[in-house]
Design a protein around this ligand. Structure first.
Ligand code: BGC
Length: 785
């Protein structure tokens, strides 16, 4: 791919962003009070470096708190050093970078997202940033030849409903980042899947604040246990790509607190990320990276967040407003329209429009986080990654996050074929090359023999050849190994053939003479654009329908970024939702198809029957999306009213009494479970106990989900339990419910309010299935935000 050109285009578009001219209420943050025994912060940083004391640096004392150590460093910092820490460089040494990238800086750039020089005099290391959530990213081959283990998409990890797998994946990619010399991972995507056509839905953890918060939070915790910083992103309501730099997500405060912000709040509690990345978009007309309400009031005020806020690449629009309203670090000034936190910030501090205590607070937050997360005491040291062990982590994740959506007459697992010369025909989806991954800044160049395919505008690759303009051009990466190889290894007794599916007649002829057909279908999605609709691109729907007509023993394996429509569902025998399954995805698919693994994934997102069921049947602004220029740059600001409010995904379907194609929480197993014995005790808090029993013939993992409906409200997920059960085994489980999940946010009183009344509690296998129900009286209470 022509990475240089792509980046030059992206850069020129980013540089063309209109400036924000929005009035801001200015509430300035107060400096942190000095604690007993701590040095006084400097009133004004000196221009010349104060001489350092002889002996060990005072802040090397590990017994001090991170805050005290940061204060000690700050007492020795010059104004220039302070300004150094709050402004970053793009991390790849491209020739088109603007002036200001000195030779020394160019040499130091890590070949990834971003770089903030350190202060060697004070023993403060540079921040070397890599993208992130799915592995150490290397899209556009920024580090030629450097491979990393590609995790499955975050949406797949959410589909595991297993926080320990999210943690393990985080720890794995955190270790790889460390070994490759990075001490910051731009990970932790947790925007709710409010727009199922969203180009980055695959980078996020679904539509429910509890499930998404736990999944993202655990991944962040894993990363940071490797003594590096993880971000959480994109704060906030960056729920679609169309017009992502200009749109305003308009939503009442209470609805935001109960949905997207709650996902961030829960993830921050679980993972304690060192940094928060503010997003491109505006929220209620104010840009996220200069949004006093979001950054100062909610994040740093209500949630008491002590880390730092860094901007998305090109998301800064001002110096004074951004600094005073809560941005602590401009990530890549060359992506912004101006160098806002360079000289301009120094001048603003000198003029007093940005108080110097505010600059010191910015610096303090960055330094205290570096101490708190181990960047100073355990500096990164490059060494080779342990790919074999890391690939196993990716495989375990994939094996639990792939969802079995249909299995007519127990077509799966494929055991009936275990006789020589049985014919398995594998059709489409580049199944001879690898499994699909999502594109954009999160792109990992996986371990093994990667296939990179150019996609023409309109999506005219092997996915189909119709003329409908669908997607911009780009490069699609297929993660090895190929399903064709793993299926052949899994079923050496069979005659497995692959056909690319380009001619429907040929595919049906092959299907007719096969014992079983496995069609691989793909939906490619990417950062930067949303898919126009939920149909599989090209002629894949026709291909699947025709093949299934020819042979009902047709299994469809989906590799997709988010929900898709399935007009052929009644014709096919089985459907396996494999998402973007990562570097061992093909192994996981084969092991599930042939029964070595019992599928246990559950949908973290609703699959609609069609787009008319969505709050916005057409994505606002999407008419321009075929042109990336219109999408990214020249798109005039526009508003989207999030009419669904807090009722994202399944809550919308419940509120509107709509029946989806597949409900949130749904997924089948090769065994059967029974949930019962529900007891719910109310009063001031809600506790729920129930039995989970395997009533089938083989071992499997059950996921019992508990939903509560407050008086006059809509059902919401309040907890779940995933347990491995042997045939006949029963497990009793008790869950204590976080009262915020029962509450509404009262904006006037500025607190969460649990209403007094009868709450319906249901236990089930999904958001639509009810195995048992109870009604429980909950007394009124309030919770501070
Ligand atoms: C993305 C971020 C990413 C950053 C740096 C931006 O375009 O929105 O998620 O971390 O680039 O690559």
């Amino acid at each position: 791919m022509n990475g240089k050109v792509a980046f030059a285009v992206a850069f020129s578009l980013l540089a063309a962003f209109p400036m924000a001219a929005l009035a801001q209420p200015q509430v300035l943050p107060q400096p942190r009070p000095v604690q007993p025994g701590e040095p006084q912060p400097v009133a004004n940083a000196p221009a010349l470096p104060p001489p350092l004391p002889s002996g060990p640096l005072p802040w090397s004392d590990k017994s001090l708190t991170a805050d005290a150590r940061a204060d000690l460093v700050q007492a020795y910092m010059t104004r220039d050093e302070e300004l150094t820490l709050v402004r970053g460089y793009f991390g790849v040494n491209y020739p088109w970078l603007p002036k200001g990238y000195s030779e020394a800086i160019r040499k130091a750039l890590p070949g990834s997202a971003g770089y903030i020089p350190g202060i060697p005099r004070l023993g403060i290391p540079a921040l070397s940033e890599s993208d992130a959530s799915l592995g150490v990213a290397n899209g556009r081959h920024m580090r030629p030849g450097d491979q990393a283990v590609a995790l499955p998409s975050s949406l797949l990890t959410a589909a595991t409903w297993n926080g320990s797998l999210a943690y393990a994946g985080g720890a794995m990619i955190g270790a790889e980042a460390r070994y490759k010399g990075f001490n910051v991972m731009l990970a932790g995507g947790v925007d709710l899947a409010r727009e199922p056509r969203g180009g980055r839905t695959f980078e996020y953890a679904g539509e429910d604040p509890l499930l998404a918060g736990v999944t993202a939070g655990e991944a962040i915790r894993g990363i940071q246990d490797m003594h590096i910083i993880s971000t959480i992103k994109h704060f906030a309501l960056n729920d679609q790509e169309t017009g992502r730099t200009t749109m305003s997500a308009n939503i009442p405060d209470a609805a935001a607190r109960e949905s997207d912000l709650l996902a961030f709040e829960i993830a921050i509690e679980h993972g304690d990320p060192g940094a928060v990345m503010c997003s491109y978009n505006r929220i209620n007309t104010v840009y996220a990276c200069e949004n006093d309400y979001l950054l100062n009031k909610v994040l740093k005020g209500d949630w008491g967040y002590k880390g730092f806020v860094l901007s998305d690449w090109g998301a800064v629009h001002s110096t004074v407003d951004a600094a005073n309203n809560g941005l602590d670090q401009e990530s890549s000034y060359s992506h912004d329209q101006e160098d806002y936190f360079g000289e301009a910030l120094g001048q603003a501090v000198a003029a007093g429009t940005v108080p110097q205590v505010r600059l010191q607070d910015m610096v303090h937050r960055i330094l205290r986080t570096m101490f708190a997360k181990g960047l100073i005491d355990q500096p990164v040291v490059k060494k080779p990654i342990d790919a074999k062990t890391d690939l196993d982590v990716a495989q375990r994740d994939a094996e639990e996050g792939i969802v079995l959506l249909k299995n007519a007459q127990d077509l799966l697992p494929i055991t009936f074929l275990k006789r020589p010369s049985r014919r398995i025909t594998i059709i489409g989806g580049y199944a001879d090359l690898g499994v699909l991954s999502g594109s954009g800044s999160s792109q990992v160049i996986p371990i093994g023999d990667t296939q990179a395919l150019e996609v023409l505008a309109g999506g005219a690759v092997q996915m189909g050849s119709d003329q409908k303009p669908q997607i911009p051009s780009g490069t699609l990466i297929l993660d090895p190994p190929s399903p064709y190889a793993t299926i052949r290894a899994q079923a050496p007794w069979a005659r497995a053939v692959f056909y690319d599916g380009s001619e429907i007649a040929k595919a049906t002829a092959l299907a007719r003479v096969s014992d079983v057909v496995i069609v691989f279908a793909q939906q490619w999605t990417s950062e930067g654009w949303d898919v126009p609709d939920l149909s599989l691109p090209g002629n894949q729907d026709e291909l699947i329908a025709a093949v299934a007509d020819a042979n009902p023993r047709t299994i469809v394996v989906l590799e997709n970024g988010g929900p898709v429509l399935m007009p052929w569902l009644n014709k096919v025998g089985a459907v396996l939702e494999a998402w973007y399954p990562g570097n061992r995805g093909a192994n996981a698919i084969a092991r599930i198809l042939f029964g070595d693994v019992n599928p246990s994934g559950r949908l973290p997102i609703t699959f609609p029957q069609n787009e008319s069921q969505l709050p916005r049947p057409v994505i606002p602004g999407h008419y321009l999306a075929y042109s990336r220029i219109a999408l990214e740059g020249a798109h005039s600001p526009f508003d989207i009213d999030y009419v669904e409010g807090a009722n994202v995904g399944y809550k919308w379907f419940k509120a509107k009494k709509l029946t989806p194609l597949f409900p949130f929480g749904f997924g089948l197993s090769y065994t059967d479970f029974e949930f019962g014995g529900l007891s719910a005790t109310g009063g001031a808090t809600l506790n729920v106990s129930f039995d989970m029993r395997n009533i089938g013939k083989r071992e499997g993992k059950a996921t019992a989900q508990v939903y509560a409906t407050p008086p006059g409200g809509v059902a919401r997920l309040i907890g779940w339990s995933k347990v491995d059960l042997k045939p006949g085994e029963t497990r009793r489980v008790t869950l204590a419910v976080d009262p915020r999940l029962l509450a509404s946010f009262d904006t006037d009183a500025h607190l969460w309010r649990v209403a007094e009344g009868e709450y319906a509690v249901t236990l089930g296998e999904s958001s639509a299935e009810v195995s048992a129900g109870a009604s429980v009286h909950i007394t009124a209470s309030t919770i501070k935000p």
